[in-house]
Design a protein around this ligand. Structure first.
Ligand SMILES: Nc1ncnc2c1ncn2[C@@H]1O[C@H](COP(=O)(O)OP(=O)(O)OP(=O)(O)O)[C@@H](O)[C@H]1O
Ligand SMILES: [Mg+2]
Length: 268
């Protein structure tokens, strides 16, 4: 039996995938067995993140397989000690099948997952409303809304809330401001404790995280075939792991406090 957490946001780019990975890493360090599920069929940020681990793509279980038939024979990818990962799909572009009962298929999958070893399952959703967000939040134990400290994030969250109102209860849904600057931090502290949902302690902007996600990609937008990719020295996963979790002491000290508290509030 596991606890599940869904990360959502109204507006894109607020940091759901980044926080999902950081929360998973923190839980894994505490000895918990974590399954990260990329539920984003558009930006699939976590699948980029773990791409270098997905060498033999078809061997591994991905979320889209759940809706398409037999999946129990597939292997779940292990990416790090105590962390397994399921991409949304390894073949893009893709969307959920229109026919068939996707919710029932997902429920069946959750029942199967319960027979496996996980303590916590984290669902990283795409921004805004989607069918998969609707399905997942009808089963998730907890939900975390990730916002930037701006009006667009706030108003987009209200729209999402109006669409998922039945599932998003005050008792199990939290919100967190991410990428918060020092100036914003003092403003966040003046906000009411609860607006739509209870505010958890904000997560500061970290240059370590920002830099780790930078790739030297030069796109020729005029001609799709002529995309020039300056090979990064190492994969995104290794870069982020090195910077955030091990090598960059400055990042670790200025950042881990926020994540420790976040994980402590979500999984007391
Ligand atoms: N605390 C932080 N400090 C600095 N940069 C951050 C922080 N959190 C996230 N970022 C950066 O913000 C960008 C978007 O993050 P991320 O992909 O996690 O957002 P997302 O909500 O998953 O986006 P999408 O809606 O596209 O799925 C990335 O470049 C990431 O490195
Ligand atoms: Mg994402």
């Amino acid at each position: 039996m596991f606890n599940s957490l869904a990360l959502l946001s109204g507006k894109g780019g607020s940091g759901k995938s980044t926080l999902a990975v950081l929360i998973a890493e923190k839980l894994a360090c505490n000895g918990k067995k974590v399954l990260l599920v990329d539920c984003d069929f558009g930006t699939h940020g976590m699948t980029y993140f773990f791409e270098e681990k997905l060498v033999d793509k078809d061997k591994y279980l991905s979320l889209i397989d759940i809706f398409g038939g037999e999946y129990k024979s597939k292997e779940i990818l292990n990416v790090s000690e105590n962390i397994d990962f399921m991409p949304s799909s390894v073949h893009f572009p893709v969307s959920l099948p229109i026919e068939g009962n996707n919710k029932c298929k997902f429920e069946e999958f959750l029942n199967w997952l319960k027979t496996l070893k996980y303590d916590i399952v984290i669902f990283d959703l795409q921004a805004g409303y989607s069918e998969i967000a609707n399905i997942i939040t009808s089963f998730s134990d907890k939900n975390l809304m990730v916002l930037e400290f701006d009006a667009v994030s706030a108003s987009a969250l209200r729209v999402l809330y109006s669409q998922l109102q039945k599932q998003l209860k005050k008792e199990n849904t939290f919100q967190v401001y991410n990428k918060v600057s020092q100036v914003e931090h003092s403003l966040v502290l003046q906000m009411p404790k609860e607006i739509l949902f209870r505010n958890l302690k904000p997560i500061l902007f970290s240059w370590g995280i920002r830099q780790a996600a930078m790739l030297n990609i030069v796109f020729d937008m005029g001609n799709g075939e002529n995309v020039k990719l300056r090979e990064p020295k190492q994969g995104l996963f290794t870069k982020i792991k090195n910077r955030i979790f091990f090598k960059n002491e400055e990042t670790v000290t200025d950042f881990s406090g926020g994540i420790n508290e976040l994980v402590g509030s979500l999984f007391p």
